[in-house]
Design a protein around this ligand. Structure first.
Ligand code: GTP
Length: 389
């Protein structure tokens, strides 16, 4: 686990902004967290911090159900979609309303990304901050949430800030539940993640850091809570043994995380948060981006392979056509779809054709087949050249 809890801040690192040569695109921070964890207050604090450093962020609100925001957003889902109307029009409950609103908004993501690109090229923005609905599953596990996240993450270095309500995470059972949730978000988004222990003015987060780095300390806390027969940790020891196994599994997960303790209320720890963002941006460029590009290349290779198969089929059909057999409907339709090339060759041949319609048609058809065959061969050679190179 990377720890930035006690790291000192330097001027440039304080806001996590890298020199223009190293980081031409602004990092995007997606704030995810359970309802009431303090995402919106945290966003407000980040916004104020960046404005005071004269590095204004670009803010996107993706929570259609929020009534009022304590900051002004540049793009707000509520400007495009009326959540209440969506609920009544489609007869949906609150979660269905949020998901449908996100679906509707996802159709505009291309416009959003192009606006962001324009703004970032003109160096108007230092960061992109994204607030999401408190109903995490509506965003993280929905198709539209994935579309929105992928579109932004494939253009900008993107980091997930998972905001945790520290005072409500002090028992080993709720702590573990929160960590498992964070793990599932990491698994789903496949993006670098920072754990943000919020509300540290009310509850110090040192215990969390200790539990994440010292397995024995977590075991001791488990035993203690079992002795006290805390709710959720049964006296039978079943829950304790389950939590033991899970904490072993999560040990690996912790290695990929940065942890910061902040108070969105007082502003404590915000510098450390931006340092962690900068660290994760480097990680994104080094580890995540190549993986995303590899996945994209895989998809393109699969497309090429499919094209090659179709080409093989076409050539096979043409070979049948050349041998004088009549059943060549696929070839004919393929030629028909090529609007640039006349299907039966030069129209000036028409007079000749009129003398013997059947013979002329045959000759023109053979000619078209030969031409198409040549073109297909050229295509195939080009493809083989490309795939070998
Ligand atoms: N003491 C303390 N309270 C905080 C802090 N951050 C947020 N809160 C309080 O926590 C409550 C929830 O904060 P929000 O920012 O609305 O939380 P949210 O995660 O955006 O909530 P949803 O929009 O419902 O998902 C509010 O009463 C905040 O005042 C903090 O750092 N310290």
């Amino acid at each position: 686990m990377a720890d930035t809890m006690s790291a000192s801040s330097s001027t440039s690192a304080a806001t996590g902004k890298a020199p223009a040569t190293e980081q031409p695109l602004p990092p995007a921070v997606i704030c995810i967290g359970m309802a009431g964890s303090g995402k919106t207050t945290f966003m407000q604090r980040l916004n104020a911090h960046l404005h005071s450093a004269h590095e204004p962020p670009y803010i996107i609100n993706l929570d259609p159900a929020v009534r009022t925001l304590p900051f002004s957003s540049n793009i707000d889902i509520r400007d495009s979609v009326n959540y209440r109307q969506v609920m009544s029009s489609y007869n949906l409950g609150p979660n269905g309303g949020i998901m449908t609103s996100l679906n509707l908004f996802a159709t505009k993501i291309d416009q959003v990304v192009s606006i962001l690109e324009t703004r970032s090229k003109s160096h108007e923005i230092s960061r992109i901050l994204i607030d999401t609905p408190g109903q995490i599953e509506c965003f993280v596990w929905s198709a539209s949430g994935a579309i929105l996240t992928d579109a932004i993450a494939s253009t900008f270095p993107t980091v997930v800030a998972y905001v945790i309500d520290t005072p409500r995470t002090t028992s080993p059972a709720t702590f573990m539940a929160n960590m498992l949730y964070a793990c599932s978000i990491l698994y789903k988004t496949k993006l670098p993640m920072i754990l943000v222990f919020n509300k540290t003015d009310a509850q110090d987060a040192t215990f969390a850091k200790e539990w994440m780095t010292d397995f024995e300390a977590f075991q001791a806390a488990l035993r203690e809570s079992e002795d006290g027969n805390e709710e959720g940790v049964g006296g039978s020891g079943y829950m304790a043994s389950l939590l033991n196994s899970m904490s072993l599994m999560l040990d690996e997960f912790y290695n990929h995380l940065d942890v910061v303790a902040v108070s969105a209320m007082t502003g404590q720890g915000i510098d450390e948060f931006f340092e962690a963002v900068q660290k994760k941006v480097v990680e994104y460029e080094k580890d995540y981006k190549p993986e995303m590009e590899m996945l994209r290349k895989k998809r393109e290779d699969e497309k090429l392979e499919k094209k090659q198969k179709e080409l093989d089929k076409l050539m096979k059909d043409m070979a049948v056509g050349d041998s004088g057999k009549k059943e060549t409907p696929v070839v004919l339709s393929d030629v028909e779809s090529d609007e640039d090339e006349p299907m039966y060759g030069d129209p000036s041949d028409e007079e000749e054709v009129d003398n013997d319609p059947d013979e002329g048609l045959k000759a023109r058809y053979q000619k078209a087949l030969q031409e198409t065959s040549q073109n297909a061969m050229e295509d195939a050679k080009e493809y083989i050249r490309k795939s070998q190179g």
